[in-house]
Design a protein around this ligand. Structure first.
Ligand code: URA
Ligand code: SF4
Length: 211
């Protein structure tokens, strides 16, 4: 196998499962690399795994996830049609905020996910993922407004968990999600089955991409 072997999302997910680049590796039960369609037009980026995600290895698996499903339903999108991940792939203890050093350690995985999936739209959920793209703009001013970043449309919305604590945010989330319909071509949302994805590349070669 040559060094030209393409990196795949499955290989990246496997690499994440072994990652010890920050101290969250010591307290996690499972890594939560992300899931969904590897050929998605739309990618969602949340903050970090919580209790349920850490137990199941799946993003947005708890109450915030139920609200996310409701929001996606409201615009006729299925989870299998998009790719969902987080800024951090491991749970911060007691669900505390991510630390900048953790975000920096984990960032190469997200950068690779974005370049491999190559979405036309990214929805950022909450302030941490929005600030990756636009560090100097506050989310309360930016939410619901589409911005371009490296040719990708970024739609920032509040984090669904915030609406669980503050129900007055839910109508705003529903309203902001409606913007998705004008950004995507619904006919092109159903994309090939993941079983057609090429097999994972040799991981020892792949690991070098993170050094
Ligand atoms: N909150 C997040 O930001 N991500 C999850 O996966 C679950 C809750
Ligand atoms: Fe590695 Fe990211 Fe988990 Fe830290 S949070 S151990 S960088 S996968």
């Amino acid at each position: 196998m040559s060094n030209q072997e393409p990196i795949t999302i499955t290989a990246l997910e496997h690499t994440v499962s072994q990652c010890k680049k920050c101290s969250l590796s010591k307290s996690r039960s499972r890594t939560v690399p992300g899931e969904g369609n590897y050929d998605a037009q739309v990618m969602l980026i949340g903050e970090a795994p919580g209790f349920n995600e850490d137990k199941t290895g799946r993003p947005f698996a708890g109450r915030a996830g139920n609200l996310l499903n409701e929001l996606l339903d409201s615009v006729g999108i299925k989870r299998s049609q998009i790719y969902i991940t987080n800024m951090l792939k491991c749970r911060p203890p007691s669900n505390r905020d991510p630390q900048q050093t953790e975000i920096d350690s984990c960032e190469p995985y997200l950068a690779l996910q974005i370049s491999l999936i190559n979405p036309s739209v990214i929805i950022t959920l909450g302030r941490f993922s929005f600030s990756k793209f636009f560090p100097n703009i506050t989310l309360s001013k930016a939410r619901g407004i589409v911005r371009e970043w490296n040719g990708i449309k970024i739609l920032p919305v509040y984090h669904p968990a915030a609406a669980l604590y503050n129900p007055s945010l839910k109508p705003k989330l529903l309203q902001d999600f409606q913007k998705i319909t004008s950004l995507i071509n619904k006919n092109e949302l159903s994309v090939p089955d993941q079983s057609q994805m090429p097999p994972a590349t040799q991981l020892s070669l792949f690991d070098n991409h993170f050094e």
